[in-house]
Design a protein around this ligand. Structure first.
Ligand code: NAP
Length: 268
C-alpha cells in the first residue's frame, strides 16, 4: 500500500450551520442568512438533497471561498460508489474541493469500511478534499481504520449533547488527535429542561445558547440547524457566552441522569 501523502488536521470553526431536513429554497435562505450572521462553516451531505442550494447560496454570498469551511458526507452502502458521489457533490456545491468529506456511517464489514476509508484518503491525497473524516463511528471502528491505513480520521461527527455526555468519549478523541464534532446538539434533553432553563436564567441567555456554550466549553464544535433567521443568529451568539465551572458541572450531570435512565430501560 502506498503511504498517504499527509494527514491534514483542519481547524473547524466552533459553530457551523447544520442543514439536515432543510430542503429546496429553505436551504438556500438558511445558508445565506447564516453567512450574513457570521457563520463560516456549513454542514451538508449527499443524503440531504440540498447540496445544489447550499452551493448557490455560497456563490451568491460573495464571501471568498477560502473563508468558508464546507463539509459534505457520503453514505456508502458498499464500496464502489465513491467516485460518482464525490464528483457529484463537488459539482453541485460548485467548488473545486470540499474542506471536509465524511463517511456518513460505518459499514458493518470492517474490510469494506476500510476500503471506503482508503478511497477517502486517496481523494485527500489528490487534493479533491482538504481533509477526510468519519461520522457515527465508534472509537474501536476508528482505531481499526487508523491501524490498517496508517492515517486517523481528522474528524468524527457523532450525536453528542448534554443527555449523552460522556467524558471518556471526549478524552478518547482528544488523545488520538481526532476532532469530535457534535451533530444534533440541541435535540436532547428538551430545551425546556429545568436545569437548562435555570442556567439560562442565571446567564441571561437562552437554553439553546447554554447548550451550545456547554459543547464549546468541552472543546466540541457544533453544527446546530435552524430555518429561522432569529434562531440562526441566536445560536451563533452562543460563541460569546461563558459558562462557569458550576454551570458546566450541572449540565454534565444530565448525561449521567439520562444514562442511568437508559440503563434501567426507563427512558424509551
Ligand atoms: N452525521 C450524521 O449522521 C448527522 C445526523 C444528524 C444531524 N447531522 C448534522 O447536524 C446538524 C444538527 O443536527 P440536527 O439537525 O439533528 O439537530 P439540532 O441542530 O440539534 O436541532 C435542530 C432542531 O432544533 C430547533 N432549533 C434550532 N435552534 C433553536 C433555538 N435557538 N431554539 C429553539 N429551537 C431551536 C430546530 O428547529 P427550527 O429549524 O424550526 O428552528 C430543529 O427542530 C444537522 O442539521 C446535520 O447537518 C449529522
Amino acid at each position: 500500500m502506498m503511504p498517504h501523502a499527509h494527514a491534514p488536521r483542519p481547524v473547524l470553526p466552533a459553530i457551523g450551520l447544520g442543514t439536515w431536513q432543510i430542503k429546496g429554497e429553505d436551504a438556500y435562505r438558511a445558508v445565506r442568512c447564516a453567512l450574513e450572521a457570521g457563520y463560516r462553516q456549513i454542514d451538508t451531505a449527499r443524503l440531504y438533497g440540498n447540496e445544489a442550494q447550499v452551493g448557490r447560496a455560497l456563490a451568491d454570498s460573495g464571501i471568498d471561498r477560502d473563508q468558508i469551511f464546507l463539509t459534505t458526507k457520503y453514505a456508502q452502502y458498499r464500496p464502489g460508489g465513491e467516485e460518482r458521489a464525490l464528483s457529484e457533490s463537488i459539482e453541485k456545491l460548485g467548488v473545486d474541493r470540499v474542506d471536509l468529506w465524511l463517511m456518513h456511517f460505518p459499514l458493518k464489514d470492517p474490510a469494506e469500511n476500510l476500503a471506503v476509508w482508503e478511497w477517502f484518503l486517496g481523494a485527500a491525497d489528490a487534493g479533491r478534499v482538504a481533509a477526510a473524516g468519519v461520522s457515527n463511528h465508534s472509537i474501536e471502528q476508528i482505531d481499526a481504520l487508523t491501524t490498517a491505513s496508517g492515517v486517523a480520521p481528522a474528524v468524527n461527527q457523532v450525536k453528542f449533547n448534554p443527555a449523552r455526555y460522556d467524558p471518556d468519549l471526549v478524552a478518547a478523541h482528544r488523545d488520538r488527535g481526532i476532532t469530535l464534532q457534535a451533530h444534533s446538539p440541541l435535540r436532547q434533553p428538551r430545551l425546556d429542561h429545568p436545569t437548562l432553563a435555570a442556567v439560562a436564567e442565571r446567564r441571561g441567555a437562552t437554553p439553546a445558547q447554554v447548550v451550545l456554550a456547554w459543547h464549546l466549553a468541552h472543546g466540541v464544535p457544533v453544527i446546530p440547524k435552524s430555518v429561522h433567521p432569529e434562531r440562526i443568529a441566536e445560536n451563533y451568539a452562543a460563541l460569546g457566552l461563558r459558562l462557569t465551572t458550576a454551570d458546566i458541572a450541572e449540565i454534565d450531570a444530565l448525561g449521567r441522569h439520562e444514562s442511568s435512565l437508559h440503563a434501567s430501560g426507563g427512558q424509551h
